[in-house]
Design a protein around this ligand. Structure first.
Ligand code: UD1
Length: 373
């Protein structure tokens, strides 16, 4: 049984479901959506574009505080496990759906597989970090995107035999979809001053923001948006806005920083649109985890508006620079990219589009050895 809940899960589950349902695989796959993300822009388009099968079940939990959302998923998930009786539960990433389903499954004695295990920001203020640490502790099989995660897991007492370095399923999806990416010309076709953004000499930057640490505190949000407004005077920015960020900008009266025709505000984009936009950008400014990896795979400079990253390979080998929220540091990193073109970077080991196939092979062997299906 594979679990998805929130937007970043969809690009991870797509290649896993494809590998599970391929002719080479002898396992049955059940797809369960918790319904953590429910907006059309956050959900449906990903299933269509990425060819994810319609979920066999949708728990429709929706939004809530972390406690309410996690508890609601757990309560609704338990009877499904009793009914379906899977041999294994596979969770991806670090969202509330990940920990909620892993916890219910493990207490029922059902082995848990964690894809994208071992990543650590060592920042427990991030809800995702808590979800990562706890999910890894209760998982039976850990699939890694980068080798730094191996050390992290060993340090936390995870047995080496459970750890498998397989590469990055998010990059499987990127590679599978690059030829279907929508061009920036198409994405911006309705925008009156699109010529500014599509000028091949200056180019455009892409901005995404949604971390609670950046958008929930009105002072931090204002400081960031003021800096980004300044940056847009040099490089026009395209800003697809996550629903929680849109809500916080409104509540904190920060709309004034976006009141410029050098920043285009868009609703959250579907996968092929975001991929097309990022792949042709001069640089990307973000607080997302996945986008740090995607820009590294695309060779596009990334400036990360966080104090840390759980994906250090994007900094050590890729195109990523961590700057936090200090306006001086953001500006310096931005000027550097504009002057030098940014870090060249290389694509990390095993980010080759075949991670999901490796995962499914290991799972199938494990299930055969343990005679669970
Ligand atoms: C979640 C993940 C985060 C991931 C992000 C990507 C956790 C702890 N966080 O954060 O790791 O990077 O998804 O998007 O699981 N909302 C809508 N429509 C939706 C979903 C959310 O309007 O379809 C709004 C609601 O106001 C909601 C808020 O966004 O309260 C937060 O949504 P939630 O799923 O709790 O967390 P995210 O911030 O999206």
């Amino acid at each position: 049984m594979c679990i998805v809940g929130a937007r970043p899960n969809f690009m991870k589950i797509a290649p896993i479901m494809a590998a599970l349902r391929s002719e080479q695989c002898h396992l049955d796959a059940f797809l369960l959506h918790t319904g953590q993300h429910y907006d059309k822009s956050m959900k449906h388009c990903f299933f269509d574009q990425l060819g994810i099968p319609v979920p066999d079940m949708d728990l429709e939990v929706g939004s809530g505080s972390h406690a309410v959302q996690t508890a609601e998923i757990m309560q609704r998930f338990e009877p499904v496990l009793d009914e379906v009786k899977p041999a294994m539960v596979l969770v991806v990433g670090d969202v509330n759906s990940t920990i909620a389903c892993a916890l219910v499954a493990t207490k029922k004695g059902i082995p848990v597989v964690h894809v994208e295990a071992g990543l650590r920001s060592y920042d427990r203020d991030m809800p995702e970090e808590v979800n990562r640490v706890l999910t890894d502790q209760i998982s039976d099989m850990h699939f890694l995107t980068e080798k730094s995660a191996h050390e992290n897991l060993l340090r936390e007492g995870i047995d080496d035999s459970r750890i498998h370095f397989v590469g990055n399923v998010m990059i499987d999806t990127l590679k599978n979809n690059l030829s279907k990416a929508v061009t920036p010309e198409q994405i911006l076709s309705e925008i009156p001053n699109k010529a500014v953004f599509l000028n091949s000499k200056t180019g455009y930057g892409v901005l995404t923001l949604h971390r609670p640490s950046n958008v929930d505190n009105p002072e931090v949000l204002a400081r960031l948006l003021e800096t980004l407004n300044e940056i847009s005077k040099t490089l026009p920015l395209v800003f697809p806005i996550h629903p929680r960020t849109a809500q916080k900008i409104k509540e904190s009266g920060c709309e004034k920083y976006l009141d410029t025709d050098r920043i285009i505000q868009l609703a959250p984009l579907a996968y092929h649109e975001m991929l097309g936009l990022n792949s042709k950008a001069r640089l990307v400014l973000t607080d997302s985890g996945g986008i740090q990896e995607e820009t590294t795979a695309l060779g596009v400079p990334c400036i990360t508006l966080r104090e840390n990253t759980e994906r250090p390979i994007t900094v050590d080998e890729g195109t990523n620079t961590i700057v936090g929220t200090d306006p001086v540091k953001i500006r310096a990193a931005f000027d550097n990219v504009m002057q030098t073109g940014g870090k060249a970077g290389k694509v990390p080991e095993l980010w080759d589009g075949k991670a999901a196939v490796r995962i499914v092979e290991v799972m199938e062997k494990w299930l055969t050895d343990n005679q669970r299906h």
